[in-house]
Design a protein around this ligand. Structure first.
Ligand SMILES: [Fe+2]
Length: 133
């Protein structure tokens, strides 16, 4: 943190709204991290070109608030850097859970999920997935 006269300026690594937040040590995760980490449920191995279901849930480890002043705005899913799906949410009336069917013709990298909280920024998690012939 840098203090210039009466103004405090946060460095990127100190500002939750800079970049993408991740949980480095899940066993010692804080409540803030548990509330925001996207939990991805998907098969570890899929067949090329066959549909499979992916579920991304926010607040699975610790319930996240869902009210007008504090809620999850969206979830996005990628395979590596390849965009797959997005779902937007409203406060109160929708729960931050995204279920999608996905078909991959080759490995793009890990399945990666991003979520955006209106008060706590963007968070990412990923899981390994293998695409077989
Ligand atoms: Fe939040």
């Amino acid at each position: 943190m840098i203090t210039k006269s009466k103004t405090t300026v946060l460095e990127c690594e100190e500002d939750i709204f800079c970049g993408v937040n991740t949980v480095k040590d899940l066993k010692n995760a804080t409540d803030l991290e548990k509330k925001h980490l996207p939990i991805i449920t998907a098969p570890k191995k899929v067949k090329k070109g066959e549909c499979f279901e992916v579920t991304v849930e926010i607040g699975k480890l610790l319930k996240h608030p869902n009210e007008p002043g504090h809620f999850i705005q969206f979830i996005e899913l990628y395979a590596g850097d390849t965009y797959l799906a997005r779902m937007d949410f409203t406060a109160k009336t929708t729960c931050p859970v995204m279920k999608v069917c996905v078909s991959l013709d080759h490995a793009h990298g890990k399945l990666r999920a991003f979520e955006r909280c209106n008060l706590h920024g963007t968070w990412e998690n990923d899981v390994d997935i293998e695409v077989t012939e």
